[in-house]
Design a protein. Structure first.
Length: 84
């Protein structure tokens, strides 16, 4: 019985792809600006492998949902925008 549970658990883990939400960044590490153009942001996010993107008007920046872990997103801790 333990072998069956271990096998099923392994199968479930194989299909899991980790993703998170966040602001995509440009080459300088800055958020990508927008005003109201969610179509632009959706394109930016899709190019980075996210499932969906929109213009978050509260931050005037593109916001992506379900971004793969290998894609850099903006955070306070790793903020390099404007720094040289």
């Amino acid at each position: 019985m333990k072998i069956i549970i271990a096998f099923i658990s392994a199968l479930l883990l194989l299909g899991v792809e980790s993703a998170r939400d966040g602001y995509p960044v440009d080459k300088e590490g800055c958020k990508i600006s927008c005003v109201i153009n969610s179509k632009f942001c959706n394109t930016i996010c899709h190019r980075r492998g996210a499932k969906y993107g929109y213009c978050y008007t509260g931050g005037l920046a593109c916001y992506c949902e379900a971004v793969p872990d290998n894609v850099k997103v903006w955070t306070y801790a790793t903020n390099t925008c404007g720094k040289k």
